[in-house]
Write a protein that binds this ligand. Sequence first.
Ligand code: AMP
Ligand code: MG
Length: 352
Amino acid sequence: MNTQIIKIDQQNIDKEAIKEASRWIQKKELVAFPTETVYGLGADGLDPEASAKIYAAKGRPSDNPLILHISDIEQLTPLVREIPNAAVKAMRAFWPGPMTMILNKSDIVPFETTGGLSTVAVRMPNHPIALALISESGCPIAAPSANASGRPSPTRAEHVYEDMNGKIPCILDGGMVGIGIESTIIDFSGDTPMILRPGFITKERLEEVIGEPVGIDPAVLNMKKMDGIAPKAPGMKYRHYAPKAKMILVSGREQSVISYINEKTEEAHRDHKKVGVIGTDETIPMYKADVVLSIGTSSSDRTIAHFLYDVLRTFDHEEVDMIYSQVFESGEHGFAIMNRLMKAAGYDRVEV
Ligand code: AMP
Ligand code: MG
């Protein structure tokens, strides 16, 4: 299959380009498109065969459900059985935006889209290209991140092309995304709202808006290899976000972390291994590894979220044998960043 890349300016959206992409959706084909979080791989979310194509293109396990993207609040009602009060408050505050709600699904949502679950995930993205595509297509668009299953999520159209070239007919290239990590997933189908995947919108902000306590799925809090705890978001159990090389996280006092990583680099060099390091703008001059990348500035966790996946993919191009990374726990988004980084490292972390 030939993969067409359509460049599109989000400040000045070309309606013809959106029409062209939406024709693929209407023909039950796949279109990759930018959202404010990461690039999505979209298809008609109410069509079982279209959804099945997403799983095939990504190599995604069939029990890992998709998120339905809508462009208008009115599109939500037919998809779900009921909308609890807490969900209404959250939706008013955070949509369009990086918040995905889990609700009991209605009959029109096929089990192919929900990975066999009786609940459905819904989000309204805050990106003019995504909203234009959904509204022109005339259906909710099921879209997981547009990476091959297991790889870091795409934050640029080039990342999508790396993983999806020849597998999908169309990529809408709207440049680099803004946020860089996936939406917060909150389950409103039970008695207490529960965060199933941490994201850009924090527990504290949700509690403020909803006015009641919000829980966190125990599997998310368990920052170790999962020992028999099944996460409620099925996708969270898979190895994910991972670069090709083995990655080890190193935490402790900054000077100790730098010395430890430099010692490990020397050891690896004796074995003729190529080493990558993830540091910050402030620390990268201090490392001796072959490829030293800054993930952002330690004074802004937003920059760290923004560049996380981009940095992981760069190491694949550089063909390093191993990667050492500092940890980035501070700031409002530290929890979500560490959730992704721990998975990417296969929970390998040393304290020095
Ligand atoms: P992605 O779009 O690649 O970010 O993946 C979507 C995430 O949402 C995966 O971790 C899914 O397991 C999760 N998800 C989607 N639908 C549901 C649902 N009905 N219940 C729980 N988790 C869900
Ligand atoms: Mg994903």
